[in-house]
Write a protein that binds this ligand. Sequence first.
Ligand SMILES: [Zn+2]
Length: 192
Amino acid sequence: MRLLFTPLMKKRLTRRVHTMLRASLRHFPELHGRTITIGYTRTNLGSAVLPRHTKSEPKLTVRLNARKLTYNTIGHELTHLVQGLSLFERPDRLSTAANKFPGGEKQCDIWTLARSSLFCDDAPSYLKLLRVVRENWPRYAKSVRALCIMAIEKRKTHRFYIRWLESQIKQLARKPLGKSGALEQMQLPFDD
Ligand SMILES: [Zn+2]
């Protein structure tokens, strides 16, 4: 995989950002062998651009704020690229998982958290979370991730899997947290 940095991003590129990008990309086999342009944005959220050209390879661009970068943001933007690819590419060029990848911001959050616990370092931006969950994110992260994995399974049979997920997260907030967090109490059989 080749990473190109725009001049604006180059100026802000630190070893930390570089390490975070490399670590994140390891979890995106769908993007291996492609060139990704990394640009800069001042907003806290990153953004992903995937111009459509019918004949050429899609140009994959991600814009990130190098200063306040989290793995969750990187993961979210890379997930957008995979979402975009699944619309753009011939189905046989994508893995089955990417094929079944839905578009949308909440979907992007769900698939990002589910992909790896690496992306659980910050709360997702679009999923509906109670304030207590958002403010105490490190305590809820594992449980929310486990629920995201369950929601992806549920999607196979339930149209309203996002609604289901958000109501489950809400219930999570109502349960008292143990010393080691909510996941252990729920005893969900998920790990990295
Ligand atoms: Zn997004």
